[in-house]
Design a protein around this ligand. Structure first.
Ligand SMILES: C[S@@+](CC[C@H](N)C(=O)[O-])C[C@H]1O[C@@H](n2cnc3c(N)ncnc32)[C@H](O)[C@@H]1O
Length: 256
């Protein structure tokens, strides 16, 4: 799954996630000169939010994709306490053991292929007593739309990408405990996507999990065109005011 293809759309619409960045910041906020590794930083707002609120902290903002690192390096724009690097959350070998006080990851854990490996790597780069703060979807409506679109197009043979895959009650707690973390707290919240200025803007966001579901599928272009047609019929009824309401997320804070 590649965000590079949608990085412009994501960058344009990403500000809607402010409640998640705020929750992440509150989980790790300190006046001390800590080192924080932000994984899957995407366009960079989570790292920038932390860097501005914690001037004594040193933030390493990372993403698996060079396109996203380029975007966030430009967006963060020379803040003295942030460095940008390419890094895969599943293989943090570019970082030494015990080199961070905290690791943060906002809406990234659902994209890794091997979560136990990711948690083991995070554990390795954390200092003893280090913190891990994660946000993940419990009910992102655009993921439900991807499933619905595939059924609408008669394609129940295609597995929809599920952004909510980590949101089942207790699942993340159990995985973190199995990886040697103690779950300190879970905070649940929800926010709307939108209102967007136009259906076109709404569509650019809403279609992302559907597009991920078709990665590598030779029929992708044709199915995307059909889905766009369906979306234009559905959107005014389903998303009045170009808004996707009440997307539920969770912040989990764990420690070693
Ligand atoms: C939904 S975006 C979240 C971006 C950002 N944290 C935010 O809250 O705005 C997910 C990001 O995860 C990145 N990603 C996917 N797999 C990854 C992996 N294995 N390691 C690191 N980053 C990954 C993608 O490139 C993308 O930028």
């Amino acid at each position: 799954m590649c965000f590079g293809a949608v990085s412009d759309a994501y960058f344009k619409s990403f500000r809607r996630h402010a409640p998640a960045w705020k929750a992440l910041l509150e989980a790790v906020r300190t006046d001390e000169s800590v080192r924080i590794l932000d994984l899957a930083s995407g366009p960079g707002e989570s790292a920038k939010t932390m860097a501005l609120a914690m001037p004594a902290a040193q933030i390493t903002a990372t993403d698996i994709e060079q396109a996203m690192v380029d975007k966030h390096a430009q967006y963060i724009g020379g803040l003295p306490n942030v460095e940008s690097r390419v890094a895969n959350a599943e293989d943090l070998s570019v970082f030494a053991d015990g080199s961070f006080d905290a690791v943060t990851m906002c809406y990234g854990i659902m994209f890794v292929v091997d979560r136990p490996k990711t948690f083991a790597e995070i554990k390795r780069v954390l200092k003893p007593g280090g913190k891990l703060a994660l946000t993940f979807w419990r009910e992102s409506k655009i993921s439900l739309l991807a499933r619905e679109m595939l059924l609408e197009l008669g394609r129940d043979d295609i597995q929809p990408f599920d952004s909510n895959k980590c949101g089942k009650e207790g699942m993340m707690d159990a995985e973190l405990q199995a990886a040697g973390f103690e779950v300190v707290k879970n905070v649940d919240d929800a926010y709307d996507f939108g209102p967007y200025e136009s259906i076109e803007d709404l569509y650019e966001t809403a279609i992302v999990p559907f597009a991920f579901s078709l990665d590598g599928n030779p029929e992708k272009e044709e199915l995307m065109a059909k889905a766009k047609f369906e979306f234009w019929k559905l959107a005014p009824i389903r998303y009045p005011n170009n808004t996707i309401p009440a997307n539920k997320f969770r912040l989990t804070l764990a420690s070693l």
